[in-house]
Design a protein around this ligand. Sequence first.
Ligand code: FAD
Length: 396
Amino acid sequence: RTVVMLFTRDLRVRDNPALSLACTTADRVVPLFVRDPALSVPPNRERFLLESLADLRESLRGKGGDLVIRHGDPVAETVKMARQVDATGVAMMADVSAYARARQRGLESERLMVKALPGVTVVPAGEIKPTTGGDQYKVFTPYFRAWQSHRWRSIAPTPKRIAVPEGLSAGQIEALPSVPEWTGGETAALKRLKKWRPLSDGYAEHHDDLAGDRTSRLSPYLHFGCLSPLELATAGLHDAFVRQLCWRDFYHQLLATFPAMARKAYRAGAVEQWHDDEEALQAWQTGHTGVDIVDAGMRQLLAQGWMHNRARLITASYLTKSMGLDWRAGADWFMRHLVDADVANNYGNWQWVAGTGTDTKPYRKFSPARQAQRFDAEGQYVKRWLGFDPPIRGKG
Ligand code: FAD
């Protein structure tokens, strides 16, 4: 009996329920990753992905297996592979974006037995239903309470051995010049977690300190699934940190029931009066608005492909509430540059800030001056990033 294990954004061997199931129910497993040329991925995420794939391949080879890489449409390539090895089914991780759901539906329509297992979030989207009715929680705090008291699944065992059918060509994984700050892969994720763990105790007090920069920076690892969110949530880290993982789950369960989140206001009746101003948008994008704390954040994004959460809040609020520009333009710019760009987290947060989403105070507006005073009192963050002149000056 042979099963295809289709990796998507679960690039890990630890706590991977789909991989675990494949290895316990089949004699032979084809660990497969399909690179879809239709997805345009910026270089920083491409590099992160390739490193994550190379690391996963190493881990699988260490267990007697391999990672088979194919290029093309994920559904067509998976079906082709399943027919080639005469597979009885496909194991994969259940995911919530429109793209991921179309992929799963596509496979199911090919009359393949598809097992979609949890693991993208701590609690699978839709597993906690509001007591007041409806499909999803719209407000975070009650969701958080329900999430905390919910019975979480057990950690999936890491397979010891993986037997791959003979005669399959594995396919190349290109190497791009690496950037030490963002080395992709499960091994790098575990290393970063180990290094950051001692700082977790101070998370509640320090996570908003812009210059201190003491958050985990685990977001790209969580996005690509190099790290299991459930393992992280049960690793004995500070409660305030675990709460942030719940925000991640929260936006995933919203996206699951509202796939248009990237383009349409989530809140019915949200007032949307954005104006068009290409020049102003460009000034924001390149960190040239003249508001130091905003420009510092935007330049950090261009320099590192990452931005501190507090700076994301300040820059997003400035674009939408102060400049009156459309949240979609800002969110798309973030998607283009963030190494952790994630449909649920990015558009969910943007809508929260723009007041079109689930914020209970949609009129909330951050004052850059007050935010700078509170979270960058010594001006170190501004000094650090205003010194960086972004190379990008072109059109958004
Ligand atoms: P930590 O503070 O160490 O938090 C740990 C983890 O919790 C993060 O890695 C992340 O997975 C999760 N998390 C933390 N804060 C949030 C939050 N507000 N919403 C959802 N999950 C959260 N996060 C992304 O992963 N991808 C995005 O594309 C993204 N876009 C954002 C856009 C805006 C406008 C805003 C305000 C926030 C956005 N976030 C996004 C959420 C948050 O800013 C980042 O997850 C966080 O800054 C990543 O750094 P960290 O790993 O050091 O976070």
